[in-house]
Design a protein around this ligand. Structure first.
Ligand code: DP6
Length: 320
């Protein structure tokens, strides 16, 4: 019994931060993201009767830390009485550093598991299963601009606008390559329990989602830039005001923001967004990609840049 899949991380423009149901991993707010193309996770599953425990390698290195979450995800897709599996994951970008590696990993794992178990699940069902493992993973089942909405009992996810209908570029400035200090799951709970700004963050999300959705449908880059930057800074304000405070930024993160502001002052169509890590993602119109990449690469403390267009949702895939 084998299954393989490929999935791309997604970058949230309107962020998911906070859970309304911890056990089912349901988000407290809706979110809007773009799915990337060049950054990828490939996942190969090999169910084996002789195995007593699941085994995981990430880029050929055995990994125990992520294994319980991956095993639980396999249980949900295949059933708890399943055979144990060799799980092989390959990622072409830094893991657990705020680059949404969990989104592409769980999206790929969900699709590979359904493939191996020969389950024909709809994309909506796959998104719900991936979201139960990691909220942002639900969005990587879809390509282009993706909206995740809260429904009464769960989530509904779908593409708002396809990647080729309004292609944007993302330049990722990597300012640190190690894993982050506090993972998103734990950090969200600290925010919910301690941040004085948490409830207003939740209350104002619907307005940001509306503004971003309209901007996307109308291809209004300036409007999307304004609401995405504001939403990102609000999420980080929630974190900064938590106890203990969670500040994911470093000095180079701040220098990247200054550079994006300088580019904007020269009428370059670009905006920044930052997730639970120190990396800065600069989203721009494709014609500015080279200029934005060169400006970010030149910053002291930026170790590496990665450039990506927008891509499709997770799919079954071969593994080479
Ligand atoms: C800041 O999806 O990693 O990237 O559901 O606990 O696994 P869990 O959280 P996760 O959180 C992502 C948070 C974010 C914003 C976003 O992607 O929307």
């Amino acid at each position: 019994m084998q299954g393989a899949a490929i999935a791309q991380p997604n970058i949230a423009l309107i962020k998911y931060w906070g859970k309304r149901d911890l056990e089912r991993n349901l988000p407290a707010v809706g979110s809007i993201s773009i799915t990337l193309r060049e950054l990828q996770t490939r996942m190969l599953l090999d169910f084996d009767e002789a195995l007593r425990e699941d085994q995981l390698t990430v880029n050929d290195v055995p990994d125990q830390k992520m294994l319980p979450r991956l095993s639980a995800c396999l249980d949900r897709v295949v059933g708890e009485d399943r055979m144990r599996a060799h799980i092989r994951s390959e990622c072409n970008f830094p893991i657990a550093a705020g680059l949404a590696s969990s989104a592409s990993s769980f999206a790929a794992l969900t699709v590979a598991a359904a493939d191996a178990a020969d389950k024909s699940l709809t994309r909506a069902e796959l998104a719900n299963l991936a979201g139960a493992a990691s909220g942002s993973a639900a969005r990587s089942l879809f390509g282009g601009f993706v909206e995740l909405e809260n429904t009464n009992d769960g989530i509904a996810v779908g593409t708002l606008t396809a990647a080729d209908e309004w292609p944007l570029s993302v330049v990722v400035a990597i300012t640190e390559t190690g894993p982050k200090a506090v993972g998103s799951t734990e950090a969200m709970e600290i925010s919910r329990k301690t941040s004085p700004f948490y409830s207003s963050w939740i209350d104002r999300q619907a307005a940001d989602l509306d503004a971003a959705r309209t901007a996307i449908i109308e291809r209004d880059f300036a409007r999307l830039a304004r609401v995405a930057e504001h939403n990102c800074l609000k999420m980080h304000s929630v974190m900064w005001a938590s106890r203990p405070p969670m500040v994911y930024w470093n000095a180079a993160t701040m220098r990247c923001l200054e550079t994006v502001r300088a580019l904007q002052a020269r009428d370059v169509a670009v905006f920044f967004t930052i997730d639970a890590g120190p990396q800065v993602k600069a989203v721009c119109l494709p014609e500015y990609e080279t200029e934005v990449e060169a400006a970010l690469r030149a910053i002291d403390g930026v170790r590496k840049t990665m450039v990506s267009g927008m891509g499709p949702g997770a799919s079954r895939g071969t593994f080479g």
